[in-house]
Structure formats: C-alpha cells, structure tokens
Ligand binder design. Structure first.
Ligand SMILES: C=C1C[C@]23C[C@@]1(O)CC[C@H]2[C@@]12CC[C@H](O)[C@@](C)(C(=O)O1)[C@H]2[C@@H]3C(=O)O
Ligand SMILES: O=C(O)CCC(=O)C(=O)O
Ligand SMILES: [Fe+2]
Length: 338
C-alpha cells in the first residue's frame, strides 16, 4: 500500500496496489421473464450469493432520474451537504463508514425506510422546494424496488420448493420491516491521474440484511469474493439490478445460500454513483433456519437471535468483521453440520 503526499489522502491510506483483478464474465444473470428464473436464482445464491437481474420491469428512466437527483445533491457545497449530517446512523456522511473507524473514498446519504406508509428519514436538504423532485423520484424508486425484491424472494422460495411462497418475502414486506436506502458517491481523485492505482471506496464486508438490491451508473468498482476466496470485478450495467444475499438469508437457509463478501475499489478517474436498498425484517423477527428447509436430523448452524439483536451486534463491528461468527454454534459435530 502506498500513501501519496496529499492532504486528503494522507489521513486515509486507501490506495490499493494495481493488482489485476479478473473481470468476471461468470456473474450469474437471471432473466426474470424466463421460466427457469426460480431455479437459476437458487443456483446463483448457493454458488455466488450474488446475481444480476434483467427484464425486471423497472424503467431505466426512473433509475436515471434518481441518479440525477443524487448527483445534484452531491454537487452541493460541503457546508450545504453537511447540514444533513453527520450520520447517526442516517444522514449525510463523508469518508467515515459506521461508527467504528472504517473509512472509504466516498460520500453518501443513508435513509431509514419504513414500508407502510412508505416513508424515509427526513433530512435538512429535503426542506428546499427544489428537493421536491428528489422526494418524488426516491419514493417511486423505493416502491418499485420493494416490489422487485418481493418478487425475487418469492421466486427463491419457488426454486427452493417451499411453501407458502411468501415465507421469505413477507419478512421484508411486513408493515414494520426495517429497510435502509443508501446513495453512494465515489468521486474522482485527480492526484491519481496517470497512476495505476485504485482507492478503497467501501471496504470488504457482507450485508447484514436479507437481501440488498443495488444499481449503479456505468462505472466499474464493485468486486465480489468467490467461494475460493478470489476477488472478481463485476462488469457495470446501468439498466440491471444486482442482488446480494445478506447474512440473514444465509441463516434462514441454514447456510445453503451464501452471504456474499463484496467491496468497492474506486478507480480514482471516474465518478461512481450507486443506490442500494437493504431489506431487513421487523426488529422483533426471529432469524433462524426455515423449518421447511431443514432435512431430517438437520441442526441449525446458528444460535437463535432476533434481527434487533443481530443489528445491534453488527453496528458494534467493523466492516471486515465476520458478524455471523458471533452467532454460529460451536459445539456441533461434523455429522450435525451436514
Ligand atoms: C461499519 C459499519 C457500517 C455498517 C454498520 C457497521 O458497523 C457494520 C455493517 C455496515 C453496513 C454494511 C451494509 C450497509 O451499507 C449498512 C448500511 C448496513 O446495514 O450494514 C452498513 C452500516 C453503515 O454504513 O452504517
Ligand atoms: O457502492 C456500491 O456499489 C456497494 C456499496 C455497498 O456494498 C454497501 O453500501 O453496502
Ligand atoms: Fe454492501
């Protein structure tokens, strides 16, 4: 790792060596209109914990509208943006991620999202009359992506051959489900021009929720970790959505689905804007393997916990920490783990 002598970068040693990372042609692509979508989703969640969905029915214009509003917000002066921060954990944040010392080359807006009625954290910038177009794009986007998430989770249940079909989706569609929406901006870094270095935008981590639905502009940067521990770049596609399996879905499937480790390495020369909707269950919901999925004599790999307990533990951890490790059963024999 190298640290350039620049005031912005001195404090944060985020430079990454120019190690070649394979650009994965292998990220599964699921066309939601195809009859084999349910089975392919399950296969992708088992192998990668990550996939791209196409033919999802959400107009690209809606994504671009919200992206344009985000770009407009991030172009405001630091003083104006900071009126909506610091994040507590919701609000405008810059460089600091979470409360435990993580940093990245990004700025962001984090909203808590309540589902019924659909509403989100109010922030200072939303007071301006000009923010009306931001609010309407955000509301429309959240409603559309929520429907998509529910459809994806129903297809997963179908692919797993479990009933009722809404056994997973109901967790995120419940009135008091616990959603988070995040707009990330990874700005260019002019001092890097001409160097073959990247910057840690968002350090490696898994998402704690059930699933996350991500859309980005046409910029590279997102990388996922494969089962063998290698990292691959995810080719950008501004018209599609990417689905991450989160820790909670790994537990609900007793480890059959993989909560995917991912990170963002910002190129330093292009501006990346991503929007991610994290779908969490109600706080009081017990997170445990679905009985419908447990084979005869199969043991849960995890001690039982509620989403509230998991979230509290997650917010005490650093990005890279293995949060699920805190809840794994340690006393199972090899036979019981099968
Ligand atoms: C370092 C942290 C940031 C995070 C809370 C945490 O303590 C550990 C989990 C992090 C994460 C990752 C996925 C989402 O971006 C996020 C909003 C979440 O729910 O868990 C972030 C948290 C955050 O940025 O506040
Ligand atoms: O910005 C991205 O593309 C991914 C960010 C991410 O993983 C997160 O916010 O949890
Ligand atoms: Fe993430």
């Amino acid at each position: 790792m190298v640290v350039l002598s620049n005031p912005g970068l001195d404090q944060i040693s985020l430079l990454r060596s120019p190690k070649a990372i394979a650009c994965s042609p292998g990220v599964p692509v699921i066309d939601l209109s195809k009859p084999d979508a349910a089975a392919s989703l399950v296969e992708a969640c088992e192998e990668f914990g990550f996939l791209k969905v196409t033919d999802h029915g959400i107009p690209v214009e809606l994504m671009q509208r919200l992206e344009a509003e985000a770009v407009r917000f991030f172009s405001l002066s630091p003083v104006e943006k900071e009126r909506s921060g610091p994040p507590d954990p919701f609000g405008y944040g810059n460089r600091k991620i979470g409360a435990n010392g993580d940093i990245g080359w990004l700025e962001y807006l984090l909203f808590a999202v309540a589902s019924k009625p659909l509403s989100y954290t109010f922030m200072d910038f939303l007071r301006e009359p000009a923010a009306c177009s931001f609010s309407s794009a955000l509301k429309e986007y959240l409603a559309a992506v929520r429907k998509l998430a529910s459809k994806v989770l129903e297809l997963m249940a179908e692919g797993l051959d479990i009933v009722p079909r809404d056994v997973i989706s109901r967790l995120i569609m419940a009135e008091n489900s616990d959603g988070i929406f995040r707009l990330n901006h990874y700005p260019p870094c002019p001092v890097l021009r001409g160097y073959n270095y990247g910057l840690t935008g968002f350090g490696e981590h898994t998402d704690p929720q059930v699933i996350s639905v991500l859309r980005s502009n046409n910029s590279t940067g997102l990388q996922i970790s494969l089962k063998d521990g290698s990292w691959v770049s995810v080719p950008p596609d501004e018209e599609s959505f990417y689905i991450n399996v989160g820790d909670s879905l790994q537990v609900l499937t007793n480890g059959r689905f993989r909560s995917v480790k991912h990170r963002v390495v910002a190129s330093g020369w292009e501006s990346r804007v991503s929007m991610i909707y994290f779908f969490g269950p109600p706080l009081a919901e017990k997170i445990a393997p679905l009985p419908q999925l447990m084979g005869e004599g199969e043991h849960s790999l995890y001690n039982e916990f509620t989403w509230d307990e998991y979230k509290k533990a997650a917010y005490k951890s650093r990005l890279v920490d293995n949060r699920l490790g805190l809840f794994e059963k340690r006393d199972l024999t090899d036979d019981q783990r099968l």
